[in-house]
Design a protein around this ligand. Structure first.
Ligand SMILES: [Zn+2]
Length: 208
């Protein structure tokens, strides 16, 4: 069992709770300072009020942590402090925003691709459903932390020329999406058939 913490101050020795009551302080705060090895006077002094209201939140979009420094939570402040570069600060904020919901990233990058290619676009991120496995190949969809892998979920335009339009998009694996590219279903059939015909013709039998 822990020994009760007795604090000696101005010739008087009593427990933390007694001190807290006498001085109108919070016992937990006294304990915390005491355990940090702060001097007794400091332990029994009222701390400065916190700079932020309990309802304040980190200024990085999508972050629910309490602000600590310059309106940011500790994690984000440290990230930005280390980056010390406006461009990278924006990137970090963006990454934080996207790391909350990958669908937002998918929709934003699809919007850019659509604009570049002059394709129709009308998606919002709530239209996107990320399944457990790739509907084309049946492999599990795993969100990569950094770089895309074969299993990364990606947005596929089912009929490529119809663009990123509600009903024409589906989340598939990066592997399936690369293979399908912008082929139409008819071209895909032709491709699959011709590949397997040629494999057979050349006697390159593979287990499949
Ligand atoms: Zn934050």
């Amino acid at each position: 069992m822990n020994q009760p913490v007795l604090l000696k101050y101005k010739g008087k020795t009593q427990g933390v709770y007694a001190w807290a009551k006498e001085l109108g302080l919070n016992a937990t705060c006294i304990y915390r300072k005491y355990n940090l090895g702060r001097p007794i006077e400091e332990c029994l002094r009222k701390s400065k009020p916190t700079r932020y209201l309990p309802t304040d939140r980190c200024s990085v979009e999508g972050c629910d942590e309490r602000p600590r420094t310059k309106g940011m939570c500790n994690t984000h402040y440290m990230q930005i402090f280390r980056a010390r570069d406006r461009g990278r600060i924006r990137d970090i904020a963006k990454r934080c925003y996207y790391s909350r919901d990958p669908r937002k990233f998918m929709v934003d990058s699809a919007r850019l691709r659509a604009r570049k290619a002059g394709l129709p676009f009308n998606l919002v991120y709530t239209d996107i459903v990320i399944p457990e496995t790739c509907p084309y190949l049946g492999i599990p969809l795993i969100r990569a932390v950094r770089n895309r892998s074969d299993n990364s979920p990606t947005l596929d335009k089912i009929i490529p020329e119809r663009g990123y339009v509600r009903g024409n998009v589906i989340v598939v694996s990066n592997r399936a999406n690369r293979a399908k590219s912008n082929l139409t279903p008819a071209e895909l059939w032709m491709l699959a058939k011709n590949v397997s015909d040629i494999v057979e013709l050349k006697g390159l039998n593979v287990a499949c």
